[in-house]
Design a binder for this molecule. Sequence first.
Ligand code: FES
Ligand SMILES: [Fe+2]
Length: 375
Amino acid sequence: MLFTNVWYIAEWSKNVTDKPVKVKMLGHEFVLFRDLAGKAVCLSNTCCHRGASLAQGKRQDDGTLSCVFHGWRFDAHGRCTCVPSAVEPTANIPASARVDSYPVEERHGLVWVFLGDQPETAHPLFDMPEDNNPEWRRVTWSGTWKSNVHWAKMVDLDQVHLHIVHGIPLNKDNPSRPSEHSVEPLPNGFRTHFISHPPPPSGSWSQVRSVPTEVRSDLTFYVPGFTLYGRIQIGKAGTGFTNVFYSMSTPIDEQTTEMYLIAFRNFLLEEDKDDDHLKRNLRNVFQDKAIAEAHLPKRAPDVADFPAIKIDREDLLLQSYWQLMRELRGRGWQIDRLALDACEANGEVRVIPSPSRRQDPTNWIYPPVPRIAKV
Ligand code: FES
Ligand SMILES: [Fe+2]
């Protein structure tokens, strides 16, 4: 269950240079590189001429990317500007000599790419107010999970598992019972907050709280990057000492997810506390990873068929998540996996459609991925 028309993280900014790099998202290959102005560019990786991998090519001095096979050059818009073997290499270039180029935004050290053809309807990107702020220290991590993106988000959003998996008691009388919470919709996701009763933090963090107290957690889900943004109170009430994390997920394909973590803290700001901060966040990440990777089925079923047994005081965050997935499907953004499997079994190349296809739906060598019709 994969969706087009969403902003996804393609790579850390520092890894995108003038040397092309291949990334896989939504089951398709893309190439990232920087143009002469240093702006990150994202193109579909399959050359429209004979199907070579553009990531094996070279960024030329004119800012274009040349294909490894016959040297066709493609600009940041994906248009072919030069066919070296032609009598006049830069004249009479066929209209279909182009590849899809996707909108790119760089923020907070991440390269975001909009994978779809309707950017005007996109859920807007969010900001990280803690970034580039001297009151906050930042740590980062990324890694690949052998789990589809939805199981990865379930182990982020689910409330009961906080106690069962991570040992965070929710309620005093029954630590596994979900806390009272309600969900507020946002233009690009939804949010909630609730109270839990964790023991005081151990080790160096015990300096900021050594006594049991109620702890407030604020959780926001953003469609861009399939992001869970958490603000977890660490210090005593009134201190404002908080652990903040952005857990962002890019579907590599139907069964694999690239996870990006950026965490901030506004206490114990010394650099030598960074490792401990990251370790504390990764402890939860790896507990979740083990569960998500073992989860069946490996591919998430279409949301309409998602099975569940309901109990009282359901986890509203998860319900909101599946409701949102139904909305994305209803907008006609879900890739029709069965139809795509049939195309690929037939040896056809399909690509994620870019915004240029709406202005001119003809003159493309590879057709777009089939999508489930809008309702
Ligand atoms: S395959 Fe790319 S230029 Fe021929
Ligand atoms: Fe978790």
